[in-house]
Design a protein around this ligand. Sequence first.
Ligand SMILES: C[S@@+](CC[C@H](N)C(=O)[O-])C[C@H]1O[C@@H](n2cnc3c(N)ncnc32)[C@H](O)[C@@H]1O
Length: 337
Amino acid sequence: MSSPVSVVMPFDRVASLLYKLNRVTSLPMAEEENKGLSDVHISTQYHITNDCHVKVNAVSRFLFKLPENDVDNEGVISKGKEPINCKDADGDFIVRRKPVDNLTNQREVITIYHGLETELKDVGLQIWNGCLLMCDFILHGNLSWKNETILDLGAGVGLTSIVSAMFADKVYSTDTGNDVLDIARNNVEVNARLLRNGGQSVEVREIDWIKCDKENGIYTFTAEELEKINFVFAAEVIYDIDLTEAFFTTIEIILQKVPKTVYIALEKRLVFTLEDLDVVSPAYSHFQQCLTRLVNCHESNLLIEHSQIPCDFPQYFDYHRVKELELWEITSRVSSG
Ligand SMILES: C[S@@+](CC[C@H](N)C(=O)[O-])C[C@H]1O[C@@H](n2cnc3c(N)ncnc32)[C@H](O)[C@@H]1O
């Protein structure tokens, strides 16, 4: 189980806090100031900075290995090859370091500006474990995203979008609130050298799930844009019951017409509640209910199915792949009957 922010408190206060947390959130947030720090930033090094945005106070370098296969031949990272089309903002070719001899040990780095110890409303300013699981999955399946259009929901500061944009034709990195969207834009720019077309194919746009409804659709996307999306990624978006409801409504709208595949990475967070006198995971239970409801909804001509993907693919990023980390796939296809 992931360790919450360490705060020493007498048992009765801990119990009451756990009870409150159960009501409010499943992310590890401490009672003091209602702030929480992601496990990712507890276990990785970061540098304090104030050179990006008022809500950003840290920058982390995420080292990762490249997949075994050559991932691209169009100027993206290509193991042991020089990029062909990778240019900086001035149109100059970016000189890459020499390929290393042992390709399996080749490491790359993504630089991410982010927040630390945020309030619940700003959790998107941090990187969460499920994000790194999703990044591993994206790297592992890199050939599957080539030439595809990806929608990243609740993308936060943009790490999953950045990894997707190493391979995909087009990536929409979406979240809500100007702060997180600005920082994601900045992070895309900072890592442009790794991305297809130097990051030109990444668009950071707002999607607030709460503002999406079946009548008006996804208010920031045209029907044509939605139809072109092949894959949807969402990491660590299951932590609050009302938000999970809104998230699933959004997924239902996105899946309405053209077949697509959705991947959801989450960490099943357990809490002890006095109500249950047991360790439970309310957000996860609600997620399961939403999944069941989604596959049983017959409002379109599409057949929706879901399955859990075993997390036995290689680890490219450094983090603790705890057993509570899960990856789910939802597919929609035209029903034959
Ligand atoms: C725990 S963070 C995960 C961020 C990132 N995907 C990661 O895994 O590191 C949850 C994300 O959901 C976003 N979110 C919360 N409410 C939302 C809403 N109503 N519409 C869209 N995104 C929302 C947050 O802003 C945040 O970026």
